[in-house]
Design a protein around this ligand. Structure first.
Ligand SMILES: [Zn+2]
Length: 149
């Protein structure tokens, strides 16, 4: 693969040099040098690139429009009483779960993110039957379990 082919491949996948660099863990300057043809494209780099272009990771990255800032994520967890939105278990380790999955073109945005425990987050196969609860329902469940102690 030469620099021109790399550029064509990158554009075909709708990626910027910066995105390729981030996804592969290289510096953006390196990608731009490769595309200008100043440097040989190593077999290792080409393999990495081809592997990346075939992955779910890239698909998710391309569909994930928008961002969730650390402050927004904290606010979401606070609203949910630091509990999983699906099973109401209070957990230290909560992951960002997309209500409309990224694979279904759900945005990576604060209005599409709820906290989930790892167990609920990984039950992707049952997604159609799993709906997040409202924060007030979660609060009710948490209070109920406290009262029963
Ligand atoms: Zn859960």
């Amino acid at each position: 693969m030469n620099g021109k082919e790399l550029q064509e491949l990158r554009k075909k996948y709708g990626l910027t040099q910066k995105e390729i660099a981030q996804l592969l863990g290289y510096h953006t300057n390196y990608i731009s040098r490769l595309e200008r043809g100043d440097e040989d494209i190593t077999e290792r780099f080409e393999k990495l690139l081809r592997a990346l272009l075939g992955t779910q990771r890239l698909r998710r990255h391309r569909l994930a429009k928008g961002t969730v800032s650390p402050q927004e994520w904290l606010a979401v967890k606070d609203a949910y009483h630091h509990a999983c939105a699906y099973c109401a278990k209070t957990q230290k380790r909560l992951v960002q779960d997309h209500v409309i999955p990224l694979d279904h073109e759900g945005p990576h945005a604060v209005h599409n993110v709820v906290p989930a425990c790892r167990s609920c987050n990984s039950k992707k196969g049952n997604r159609d039957t799993m709906k997040p609860m409202q924060p007030f329902e979660i609060e009710r469940i948490i209070n109920k379990s406290k009262n029963n102690r």
